[in-house]
Design a protein around this ligand. Sequence first.
Ligand code: PEP
Ligand code: MN
Length: 286
Amino acid sequence: MQKAKLTLKSSPDHKTIVQLSDRVSVGGQDLLIVGGPCSVESQNQMEIIANRLATAPVQALRGGVYKPRTSPYDFQGMGLEGLKILESVRDRYGMPVITEVMAISQIEEIAAHADVLQVGSRNMQNFDLLKALGEVEKPVLLKRGLAATLEEFVMAAEYIMSYGNANVILCERGIRSFDSYTRNVLDLGAVAALKQITHLPILVDPSHATGKRELVADLARAAVACGADGIMVECHPEPEKSISDARQTLSLEDMIHLVRSLEPIATAVGKSIPPGAGIVPRLSLV
Ligand code: PEP
Ligand code: MN
């Protein structure tokens, strides 16, 4: 990390707390739990998710509207229509929303509708995108590249910070390795190391790390135990019908169960799970 300046800890207690909204933050004592589908699919889907997760408690929602798909023939995301869905659900439930930005040309539109701009693994070293995100007012969730070293990961965060945006959240989402049993290999050693190296908050995404829903809860718990500031988990009202990443997506019931199981672990590592949005959902949904 020889050339890193802004991302490094100046003392063991140095930590940055990033505000996602007036009430939701990450990097302090509060654990941040983010839930939502891989892709935003409809207004109804997001309403059901927000309605169930607000009291889980899950503090923030995720959902891709511009999707980095391996095949150009697969669903590419709802685009602006999806952003408007995220925004309306955010406003109704008081839960900040996180969505991926794939290109500089999308930044203005996404920043106008979402609370946090996610840089996906495939773009972690898209340096022009990182520079442009340095000039944005909203927080950036930077996912670790598919095969990025910790130095490369930290230097990518350094790009965003050096262009003026101090609100960077790191996300470990597994790295490529030789074993294809899991989609990726979750590097929890990196989480512990990054907590020592940088002052930035770090989330763990056990969904993309494993690719298998039956492994997600165990790794989410391990992530909290080893000091992650929060988790981001894919979930859906009908997981097997998810348009993307169905195999790794939890049901809403399993997500709620997972959140409850995190409470004693959070307490053991000196963190707490804050209440959800605290807003009584105004819609009754079937
Ligand atoms: C995502 O979180 O929607 C995603 C595409 O993840 P990653 O960039 O980690 O593959
Ligand atoms: Mn996904």
